[in-house]
Design a protein. Structure first.
Length: 278
């Protein structure tokens, strides 16, 4: 049985769904604002491409407003899992569900490539994220507010071609935020950025998540990024959740601290031991 949400928005803009894992531990953390995110529940999720079974029975629960990072070696199925949650690929078996009364604009995706429209100025690119509300009277005001949130209010009339890589990703983030999503999925959004810009963007992602309270799902190859941002880190191995790590470090987190380094080392050790077993 398949449960899935579909929207008419372009692939760069939306996401959806959830999971249920009885074993998953729930992290409770004080928020400045009440969480507005959606819970995600997944049961028995499977996905194959030809003879290659990429996901082999995923069970997972993500509470509303939680920040979850997904790591694993290339080809383990982490991006496939994200795309299924987002409704970008078809489920072979299992279910993905969200809370009730879910709207298309409640789920958004941010990719590694900004995927900005080159013929549209920055403000118009952000307005794309409004979908069917682009024609509303407050569309410009909402897009301007989103640009302010990502620190690009002064770039509203610029063309994408004159922006730096980090600025383009900020525009893409503004486009994802403009509809006030309740689930925001990130597929390696910072992978192409230089180290300093990446740290700046990590802080921005954490700030907007804390301010808006959406449920965040981050796919990344960078374990240090995962432990710096997430409440939980899931390690995907051979199409299954092999490790579920709770990150209880207080926020804001100190990059390079002994606590985060210990968590990072534990996760990396698990990943390396998996390589030794194959």
């Amino acid at each position: 049985m398949q449960t899935a949400l579909r929207t008419s928005l372009p692939e760069t803009e939306f996401a959806s769904r959830a999971n249920f894992a009885p074993h998953a531990r729930v992290v409770r953390e004080e928020r400045v604002v009440q969480a507005s995110g959606l819970p995600l529940s997944i049961r028995g999720l499977r996905k194959s491409f030809g003879d290659n079974e990429v996901l082999r029975g995923i069970d997972l629960h993500i509470p509303a407003g939680q920040f979850v990072a997904i790591v694993g070696k290339s080809g383990c199925g982490k991006s496939t899992l994200l795309r299924l949650i987002a409704g970008l690929d078809k489920i072979d078996a299992g279910t993905i569900s969200l809370g009730s009364d879910v709207q298309p604009e409640d789920i958004r995706v941010m990719f590694q490539e900004p995927r900005l429209l080159p013929w549209a100025r920055v403000l118009a690119n952000v307005e794309v994220g409004l979908g069917r509300d682009r024609a509303s009277k407050d569309a410009h005001a909402r897009a301007e507010k989103a640009l302010t949130e990502v620190g690009l209010a002064d770039k509203r009339d610029q063309w994408p071609s004159v922006l730096s890589g980090g600025q383009k990703q900020r525009v893409a983030l503004g486009r994802a935020l403009v509809s006030r999503p309740r689930v925001l999925a990130f597929d390696e959004p910072l992978g192409a950025l230089d180290a300093l810009t990446r740290i700046s963007m990590q802080r921005l992602l954490e700030r907007v998540w804390r301010d808006q309270g959406f449920t965040a799902i981050l796919v990344t190859h960078d374990v240090s990024e995962a432990v710096a941002l997430a409440d939980r880190v899931l390690v995907i191995e051979e199409g299954r959740i092999a490790h579920d790590v709770v990150v209880n470090a207080a926020r804001p987190r100190e990059r390079g601290s002994a606590e985060l380094a210990g968590l990072e080392g534990s996760i990396l050790s698990h990943l390396l031991s998996a390589d030794d077993r194959t």
